[in-house]
Design a protein around this ligand. Structure first.
Ligand code: WTA
Length: 655
């Protein structure tokens, strides 16, 4: 076993001495406290961290589990937590540093953020008729107005639902309709690689098929021409000028919804993951403090997009709740060259840098020697998120970027968990490459055997679960409570009680460290973007010539996973135009979901491997896509010969 052991890197001594959690004794003490007095632990931090408008009377109510309530009776406003309460001590501190694609920049102080958010909130109320509880869809580029929009919704008690700018009009429409949003906030577009790109036309297209949206707010960012629909579309840049800079924050109950964020599951329809007020913001702030250990004068940069959960928790809510300076970047990391992020690290003296393994692989591959050109000595903590990081990428990150002195926090979490759940603490946890290490204090994360519900032994695969509710966990799936219970509390029981199952497989090593091995369901992770195979299949099936389709993930050098589609066509002669069909299939995906879900491989096969009851045996398809031998018994298939036919179709494509 010893040669399989991963090397261990101890925390930097100097860093540890000044960290919030300084060593494993402190980590263990916190964890023991949570284990012995779970409610007392959370009560302590909720009182210490949150500026309450009204105190809560109950820490945790599990009587209707898995529908739990945290901090009941309490009232707060998340925008106050993120802005107002800092004004006494941080009025002139940079809250957001924005760098545009073209190198333009803006520094927004907490004072300015307060004014901008209040104006935005007043505009939503006065000009768009937004009220507490209304859903507002935000379809925006990475510009400060996206953060203002989120915080403005929070201020007036509206529920925002951000749709990532890479989603198509159809995908946007589905999410608008599911949430029944009455207002959409968007931009004309933004800049990417020195060129304007457009978002407003996508909104126009999405709204053609639905009548739920009454008004659209358009931020003018790139100044390109857009169509204005009279009585529906209004310019933010015009309306904002006349708004008052004060807007009294709505007192929100702890368990009223803060936002929805649609994510992929194992069926075709994306789920509207609901997060509520107090528990979410508490853990966003606590994990910022513990995992990134951001100090008062630090500058922190997370490269995610606000369209994903990482952008919500670790660009906007977490950093602002703790009063940090957060960097927002509009561009792409490889433009004008793969030194861009390192140039920005030098320029802004970034102290914590947080990105996805895909980005690290791209930056490594296309700019191995770029980091050496810049002064990266300000860096203290490096983070990764979204997918397992492979050891070579980890090594480069650790050495070339971190200079061997920065901890890498491999943060494991999900849209549903609201914040990190398994991660190293940079001043305490000895780290191992490509290992998320230990559950954070307060999170009762365990790897369980799905059959017995017992903790698995060293090296045995099991399911990554959380066995107690925690404050920032998903509260529900919008409009579908049954699906919530079924999706997360259906697979694993511990001591006879259903526990939260993440959907990921994991392993313990001999030190009790957790390595996440990947999804156990039909969700794939393409460039850190979470994608449901069923969603992609549903899109492909819309092509009139497609009879059947099965989509699986295939390891990809840069993206982590790529999308591999097995397609059965209607009618035999259509196969002659294969190249054309591949293009058409990708066009359908582009229309239904967006460019982020395009297939890397499309293989035309005569049939799919199905059991006699009609279930597609995806494991066989995954093995074929990876070029692995099929170890599974194929005799139970309805037509075992189809496997060989699929293999030869795949092989002939490779030639
Ligand atoms: C995967 C992103 C390994 C995992 C925050 C999870 C990871 C899914 C890690 C959630 C990590 C996230 N190591 N895998 N450090 N972090 N994942 O909802 O499969 O977009 O279930 O949230 O990403 O993706 P989501």
């Amino acid at each position: 076993m010893s040669e399989l052991k991963k090397p261990v890197f101890k925390p930097n001594r100097e860093f540890a001495a000044q960290a919030r959690i300084k060593n494993m004794c402190e980590y263990n003490a916190l964890m023991d406290w949570a284990k012995e007095d779970y409610e007392g632990f959370w009560d302590h931090f909720a009182k210490e961290k949150i500026t309450w408008m009204q105190p809560y009377h109950t820490v945790l109510d599990e009587s209707n589990a898995p529908f739990v309530k945290w901090f009941e009776g309490g009232k707060l406003n998340v925008s106050v937590q993120c802005i107002d309460r800092h004004l006494d001590t941080r009025k002139n501190k940079a809250a957001i540093i924005f760098e545009g694609d073209r190198g333009d920049n803006q520094v927004i102080t907490y004072r300015e953020l307060y004014y901008n958010v209040n104006r935005f909130a007043n505009m939503l109320k006065n000009n768009f008729g937004v009220q507490k509880g209304d859903r507002v869809v935000i379809y925006m580029p990475m510009i400060p107005e996206a953060a203002y929009a989120m915080l403005a919704c929070a201020r007036i008690g509206a529920i925002h639902s951000i749709v990532f700018g890479g989603f198509s009009a159809e995908a946007l429409r589905d999410r608008i309709e599911d949430a029944q949003a009455k207002v959409v906030i968007t931009a004309d577009g933004a800049f990417r690689k020195d060129k304007p790109y457009m978002l407003k036309p996508v909104v126009d297209e999405a709204l053609k098929g639905t009548s739920v949206v009454e008004k659209v707010c358009v931020v003018e960012r790139n100044g390109e021409d857009v169509t204005w629909v009279a009585g529906r579309d209004y310019s933010y840049n015009e309306l904002i000028k006349n708004q008052s800079v004060t807007c009294s924050p709505e007192p929100m109950e702890s368990e009223e919804p803060l936002f929805l964020l649609y994510t992929s599951g194992s069926t075709g329809k994306p789920k509207g993951v609901q997060h509520n007020q107090a528990g979410y913001i508490l853990w966003a702030q606590m994990t910022m403090e513990w995992v990134f250990d951001v100090k008062e004068n630090d500058t922190y940069w997370c490269t995610a997009d606000v369209g994903w959960i990482t952008g919500h928790t670790y660009i906007v809510y977490g950093p602002l709740a703790m009063g940090a300076t957060t960097v927002m970047f509009e561009g792409v990391p490889t433009y004008p060259d793969a030194g861009r992020p390192w140039k920005m690290v030098e320029e802004y003296k970034i102290n914590q840098f947080y990105t996805a393994p895909t980005a690290i692989r791209v930056l490594h591959k296309s700019g191995e020697h770029e980091p050496a050109k810049y002064d990266l000595s300000s860096l203290k903590v490096l983070g990764t998120v979204g997918e397992p990081i492979d050891p070579p990428a980890w090594k480069w990150y650790y050495e070339a970027i971190g200079g061997g002195k920065c901890a890498i926090v491999d943060t494991y979490w999900q849209t549903e968990t609201g914040g990190h759940i398994v991660s190293p603490l940079p001043g305490a946890t000895p780290i191992k490459p490509a290992c998320a290490t230990l559950p954070l204090p307060g999170i009762m994360g365990e790897i369980l055997d799905p059959q017995s519900g017992e903790k698995v032994g060293v090296g045995e695969s099991g399911y990554m679960c959380v066995v107690r509710p925690w404050p920032s966990q998903i509260r529900g799936i919008w409009g579908d409570p049954e699906r919530f219970v079924k999706s997360y509390y259906g697979d694993v029981k511990k001591d006879g009680k259903p526990v939260y199952f993440t959907g990921d497989g994991a392993l313990y090593d001999e030190d009790g460290y957790i390595t996440i091995t990947g999804r156990t369901d039909d969700v794939i992770n393409v460039s850190g973007h979470r994608m449901g195979t069923a969603e992609v299949e549903a899109a492909i099936k819309k092509h009139p010539n497609v009879a059947e389709v099965a989509v699986v993930g295939k390891p990809h050098e840069i993206k982590g996973e790529g999308i591999f589609a097995y397609v059965v066509l209607k009618g035999e002669d259509t196969v002659s135009e294969e190249m054309e069909m591949v293009k058409e299939i990708n066009n359908v995906i582009k229309k239904e979901i967006g460019n982020i879900a395009l297939c890397d491989d499309v293989i035309f096969v005569p049939g799919l491997p199905k059991t006699r009851s009609g279930k597609i045996m995806r494991r066989i398809l995954r093995a074929i896509a990876k070029g692995e031998a099929i170890t599974q018994d194929t005799s139970t298939l309805e037509d075992p010969s189809v496997v060989q036919a699929i293999e030869s179709a795949v092989n002939s494509c490779k030639m």
